[in-house]
Design a protein around this ligand. Sequence first.
Ligand code: FAD
Ligand code: NAP
Length: 304
Amino acid sequence: MYDTLVIGAGPAGMTAALYAARSNLKVGLLEQGAPGGQMNNTADIENYPGFDLISGPELSMKMFDPLEKLGVEHLYGIVTTIQDLGQSKLVKTMDGEFEAKTVILATGAKHRLLQVPGEDTYASRGVSYCAVCDGAFFRDQDLLVVGGGDSAVEEALFLTRFAKSVTIVHRRDQLRAQKLLQDRALANEKINFIWDSVVKEIKGNDVKVTSVDIENVKTGQVTNHAFAGVFIYIGLDPVSQMVADLQMTDDNGWIPTDDKMATKVPGIFAIGDVRQKDLRQITTAVGDGATAGISAYHYLTEHN
Ligand code: FAD
Ligand code: NAP
């Protein structure tokens, strides 16, 4: 029986585990992959205080390494459901189950699919959702990035390190990304823009992507453009299916909390990207994590 079981070892979960362990709780940190979450897919982080620039994997390890010394148990498992047993919570994974007095959900968010013909067919054969993982395979080639938010623009900038050219296709004529990233992209000679346009189909041969059909949403005109790779960054969906039965999410699956990170189910807290909030960043994820670690401690003090 854990005092607190943190699900997800992204920045939110690792910080929650840190604060809960420093409150002398028995803490398990349950993760389905490598610790770090979305940070592992980020080459350069420039907006985490204390570092001018740090790579995502390096920041991940800096957050993870101290946890073992504090007694946090690193557990492996893919969580499928969470049951509220009142005094405790039962967390079921693909291979077994864990019981805890409190649960901190830090399962983050995952990339959205474009859902156009060819996306599935050419997944890992030219279609990618991770520039850091796949960018280097496209040296001196022409690439398409889909989306207009921070991810699309930041990853387009990263891809210019390898590619001959990077074209950003966006469904409007204004980017959503933060101003600093916009200015960098607009000034980058390798980056081109196709405005007011959406991808209709990703085409290729037996082996890989060769071109993309793009529709101008204002004129309806569809044109075909040669690209060797398509990087899709059109936003995120919450990873909250494991609490579907507890009816704690909003209509889109994000989890509302109070300012203590408490959900509507007593003893279950939600933090980081999976939480209903405006700003999804590493800084806000760690802030949520700190609050939840302490809130779990107060909850246990009040209930034991
Ligand atoms: P996540 O990082 O998503 O971590 C969730 C963890 O939960 C994952 O490790 C996942 O494996 C685990 N998990 C999920 N489901 C289960 C399950 N069923 N069972 C077990 N484990 C599970 N933010 C910045 O501040 N600066 C940046 O420069 C920046 N760059 C970014 C670049 C990209 C391409 C992307 C996609 C995001 C970027 N962000 C950046 C946003 C930032 O990475 C996220 O806001 C942050 O990682 C959210 O942290 P989290 O801990 O809430 O969730
Ligand atoms: P996002 O901010 O939700 O942006 C998604 C983009 O994709 C938007 O421009 C949106 O267009 C477009 N889009 C959505 N659905 C589409 C569709 N079906 N077809 C075509 N385009 C579509 O998502 P994100 O960029 O992945 O960022 C997610 C979170 O991570 C944000 O909170 C962001 O700030 C954070 N993040 C931060 C950094 C950083 O700080 N450096 C880097 C990356 C991510 P519209 O603009 O028209 O809605």
